[in-house]
Design a protein. Structure first.
Length: 468
C-alpha cells in the first residue's frame, strides 16, 4: 500500500523538540486565568487536590486566592508583570488561609482529565505549602506532557502524513490549549492517538488485526469515553477496519465492548455529574428544557444551526488556527499567513505515495465533517435561543481533535521530487518559527501591555480596554 522513501528529518522528533520548547514558554508566559474557562477548571483541580472528585459536593469552600490571582478577573487589560513580583509569585494558600468563600465548580468533566494536575496540587500545595502560581505552572506542564504524548503516538503510529500531523499538533490554538488548564488538551491527546492508531491498523494489518492492536484500540476508546462529552463520536472510525480479519470472534467483543464502555462512561458520567449544574433542573440551559424546545419545533433549531455553521465558518477556521483565551487582544495577521504556509509545506513534504482506495479517503473526510457537525450541534444545543446563529462564532478549538482526519484523507495522493520535499520541510520549519515568533509577540502585547497589538502597528490606543 505504501511506497516508502528515506527521510532525512524525523517529524516525530521535530514535534517533540518544538512542542517542548514552545510549550514550556507558554506554560510560563500565559498568565493563570487567561485561558478559556481556566479559573473554572482551577476550582475543580483545587477541590480534587483535596480528594473531592465529584464536581458538586455539599458545602464547598475555596481560598479567595484562586480568583484573586486570575488574570481574567481584572476589570481592564493591564500588564501581567505583577504576577511575577515576589510577594505575588510566592504567595501561598497559607498566606491568607482564613479568606475562603463558598463556590461550586462549573467544570464537571471526568476527574481523569484533571487527575495529574490535582495530585501535583495535593503534593505541592497541601504537603509542602508550595507557592500557588509556580504550582500552577507545573500543572500546566503536566497537561502539556499529556498532550504531547498523545500527539506523539499519532505521529509515530500513522503510516503516512507524519509531517502534516506534526504541523497540526503544533498549531497555535492547539499549543495554547495544551498549555492552559482545561479539558481540551486531554481530549485532543486521546483523539490524536486514537486516529493515528486506527489508521495504522488499517494500513499495516490488512491481512489480520493483531491482538495487541485491538487491546490498545479498546484502551484508547475507553479514554475517549473519559474525555470531554462528544469525543466518543470518533468511535465510528473503527468501521474502516470492517473488512480486516480478526484473530477470532472473541476479539470483536473486545473491540465492541471498548466502544460500548466508552459511550456508557461518557453518558453515565455526564448524567451523574451534571446534577446541580446549569444542565440539570429547570434552567434555560438544562437538558430537559432544551430537549423540549428543540423537539417541539426541530426546524426552528436546524435553521439557526445551519446558519451558524455557514456564517461563522471563517471565524471558526481562524479560531482553530490561532486565538487567545476569551479572544482577548489581537492575533497578528502574520500568524494566519505563516500557519497556512506551515500546513501547506508540511502537506507537500509527504515522502511516500499512499495507495489507498478512494472510498477510504472519502470515509476519513466524511468522518471529519460528521465529527465537526456533531460537536458543533452538541455545543450549540445548550446555548440555543431561536435566531441566535452566532452563539459559537469563534470556537474553532472544538475541531482540533478531528482535524487529522481531514488531512489524512488527502495526504499521500502525490509526492514531489526528493529535492522539493527537502525544500518543503525547510519551509515548514521556518514557517513554524515565524508562527511562534508572531504568536508569542501577540501573547506579549495581549497580556503584558496596556494597549495591545494595535498600538505596535500604528493603531490607536484607547484606554481602558475592559476585559469583562
Amino acid at each position: 500500500m505504501l511506497e516508502r522513501k528515506k527521510s532525512t528529518f524525523d517529524p516525530a522528533n521535530f514535534f517533540l523538540v518544538a512542542g517542548l520548547l514552545v510549550g514550556i514558554l507558554y506554560c510560563i508566559i500565559v498568565p493563570y486565568g487567561a485561558g478559556f474557562d481556566e479559573e473554572r477548571h482551577m476550582v475543580r483541580i483545587y477541590y480534587m487536590s483535596q480528594l473531592e472528585f465529584m464536581p458538586n459536593f455539599p458545602d464547598p469552600k475555596i481560598h479567595q486566592d484562586v480568583s484573586d490571582l486570575s488574570y481574567q478577573r481584572r476589570l481592564v487589560q493591564s500588564p501581567a508583570f505583577d504576577l511575577f513580583e515576589r510577594d505575588t509569585f510566592l504567595r501561598r494558600f497559607s498566606t491568607f488561609d482564613k479568606y475562603r468563600y463558598g463556590q461550586k465548580t462549573q467544570s464537571i468533566y471526568s476527574p481523569v482529565i484533571f487527575f495529574p494536575q490535582a495530585m501535583i496540587g495535593r503534593l505541592l500545595w497541601w504537603k509542602y505549602d508550595f507557592p500557588i502560581l509556580p504550582t500552577i505552572m507545573f500543572q500546566k506542564f503536566a497537561g502539556l506532557l499529556i498532550y504531547m504524548a498523545g500527539a506523539y503516538v499519532m505521529i509515530r503510529a500513522a503510516p503516512y502524513g507524519k509531517w502534516i500531523l506534526a504541523a497540526l499538533a503544533l498549531m497555535p490554538s492547539a499549543m495554547y490549549q495544551a498549555t492552559t488548564l482545561n479539558a481540551d488538551g486531554f481530549t485532543a491527546a486521546v483523539s490524536f492517538a486514537f486516529i493515528g492508531w486506527v489508521v495504522m491498523m488499517y494500513s499495516n494489518e490488512s491481512s489480520g488485526l493483531r491482538p495487541r492492536s485491538i487491546w490498545v484500540s479498546s484502551g484508547l476508546l475507553i479514554l475517549l469515553g473519559l474525555a470531554k462529552p462528544g469525543a466518543v463520536i470518533l468511535s465510528p472510525l473503527l468501521l474502516i477496519l470492517i473488512k480486516h480479519p480478526m484473530p477470532s470472534k472473541k476479539w470483536m467483543f473486545v473491540l465492541g465492548g471498548g466502544a460500548l464502555l466508552a459511550v456508557a462512561l461518557n453518558a453515565g458520567w455526564w448524567v451523574v455529574a451534571s446534577q446541580g449544574s446549569v444542565f440539570s433542573g429547570e434552567g434555560s440551559q438544562s437538558i430537559s428544557q432544551q430537549s423540549s424546545v428543540i423537539l417541539s419545533d426541530p426546524l426552528s433549531f436546524i435553521k439557526p444551526l445551519l446558519q451558524g455553521m455557514v456564517l461563522t465558518l471563517r471565524d471558526q477556521i481562524q479560531g482553530w488556527m490561532a486565538a487567545y483565551g476569551y479572544w482577548a487582544g489581537t492575533v497578528p495577521g502574520q500568524v494566519y499567513v505563516f500557519s497556512s504556509l506551515f500546513l501547506i509545506a508540511a502537506f507537500l513534504a509527504e515522502p511516500q505515495v499512499v495507495r489507498m482506495p478512494v472510498k477510504t479517503r472519502m470515509f476519513l473526510i466524511g468522518m471529519f465533517l460528521f465529527c465537526c457537525a456533531a460537536i458543533y450541534t452538541i455545543a450549540f444545543a445548550p446555548n440555543y435561543v431561536t435566531g441566535g446563529v452566532l452563539a459559537l462564532a469563534k470556537h474553532g478549538r472544538y475541531y482540533i481533535p478531528f482535524a487529522p482526519l481531514l488531512f489524512l484523507g488527502f495526504a499521500g495522493l502525490f509526492t514531489l521530487r526528493e529535492n522539493l520535499q527537502q525544500l518543503m520541510k525547510r519551509i515548514a520549519i521556518v514557517s513554524f518559527v515565524l508562527v511562534t515568533v508572531y504568536y508569542s509577540l501577540g501573547i506579549y502585547t495581549t497580556y503584558y501591555t496596556y494597549c495591545g497589538f494595535e498600538s505596535f502597528t500604528g493603531g490607536k490606543c484607547v484606554l481602558p480596554i475592559y476585559k469583562n
